[in-house]
Design a protein around this ligand. Structure first.
Ligand SMILES: C[S@@+](CC[C@H](N)C(=O)[O-])C[C@H]1O[C@@H](n2cnc3c(N)ncnc32)[C@H](O)[C@@H]1O
Length: 233
C-alpha cells in the first residue's frame, strides 16, 4: 500500500461523502445488521471501541449513539476524514481519541483492552499477509466476549484481483452517476492501484488461522460484505 496516495485520495473526502449519501456501498443496511448483532451479543455492556480506518465515523457514531462508551479510538490516514469524524462523534456524545496514523498503529495497543473493533471498508487496502497480521493483532486486542465488525469489499474466488477491480471500477462508472467524470477517474485509479479484495474463503481462512470463530456473514451486496467476528474457543 502506498500510504501517501491512499491518504491523498481520501483527503478529497467530498467524493466519499457523496458515496455515503447515496448509500452506494450499503452502509445504512450493513450498520443496521451490525446494530442487531451488537444488541444481541453485547447487550448494554460498556464498550471500549477501536475504529480502524474510521473515516468520518458517520455510521459508527450512529451505531454507538446512546450506548455506554468508555473509550473510542479512531485511526485514519486522512486528516480531512478525521475532522469530519470529530463532528460525528461529538454530536453522538462520544469523546474520541482520533489519530492520523496507519490503522496498524491502532492494533499495537495493549492486549485484552477493547470490547468492539470496527473496520469498515479499510482492510482491503492491505494485501493478504497484511490482512492476516491485522486480524491476528485485532484478536489480541479484544477482551473476552468482545466482537469485531468487518465490512469490506470481496471478490469471487474464480476471479483474479485484476478482473475484480476492473469490474468494480466499471460498475462504479455505470452506476454511480451522481459523481462527476473526474471523480470516476480518481476512483478507477484508486481501485486499480490500492484495492486488494479477498474472496470469502480466503477471508474465512485468515480469520480461523488468527484465532477467530467462523465469522457470521451479516449482509452481502455484490462485492460488499459485512462480517461479525467473535473470538474462537
Ligand atoms: C472507504 S473509507 C471508509 C471509512 C469508514 N470506515 C466508512 O465505512 O465510512 C476507507 C478509510 O480508510 C482509511 N485508510 C485506508 N488505509 C488505511 C490505513 N492503512 N490506515 C489508516 N486508515 C486507512 C482511508 O483514509 C479512509 O478514510
Amino acid at each position: 500500500m502506498n500510504q501517501a496516495e491512499v491518504r491523498e485520495f481520501f483527503d478529497g473526502w467530498a467524493t466519499y461523502e457523496a458515496i455515503l449519501d447515496q448509500e452506494a456501498m450499503h452502509h445504512t443496511a450493513f450498520f443496521a445488521a451490525a446494530a442487531s448483532a451488537l444488541a444481541r451479543d453485547l447487550g448494554a455492556r460498556p464498550l471500549a471501541v477501536l475504529d480502524l480506518g474510521c473515516g468520518s465515523a458517520h455510521h459508527a457514531a450512529r451505531l454507538l449513539h446512546g450506548r455506554p462508551i468508555t473509550a473510542y479510538a479512531g485511526y485514519d490516514l486522512s486528516a480531512t476524514a478525521l475532522a469530519a469524524a470529530r463532528t460525528s462523534l461529538t454530536a453522538a456524545g462520544i469523546r474520541a481519541d482520533l489519530r492520523a496514523e496507519d490503522l496498524r498503529q491502532g492494533l499495537e495497543g495493549p492486549p485484552d483492552s477493547v470490547d468492539l473493533i470496527l473496520c469498515s471498508y479499510a482492510l482491503h487496502h492491505l494485501e493478504t499477509a497484511g490482512k492476516g497480521a491485522a486480524l491476528a493483532a485485532a484478536r489480541r486486542r479484544l477482551r473476552p466476549g468482545g466482537r469485531m465488525l468487518l465490512i469490506d469489499l470481496a471478490r469471487e474466488a474464480a476471479e483474479t484481483r485484476a478482473v475484480t477491480t476492473e469490474a468494480y471500477a466499471s460498475w462504479v462508472e455505470r452506476e454511480w452517476t451522481f459523481l462527476p467524470t473526474e471523480a470516476h477517474r480518481e476512483i478507477r485509479a484508486h481501485v486499480l492501484a490500492h484495492d486488494f479484495p479477498e474472496d470469502d474463503a480466503t477471508l474465512l481462512r485468515l480469520a480461523r488461522e488468527t484465532g477467530w470463530a467462523e465469522p457470521e456473514r451479516l449482509a452481502r451486496e455484490r462485492w460488499h460484505r459485512a462480517w461479525w467476528l467473535r473470538p474462537g474457543d
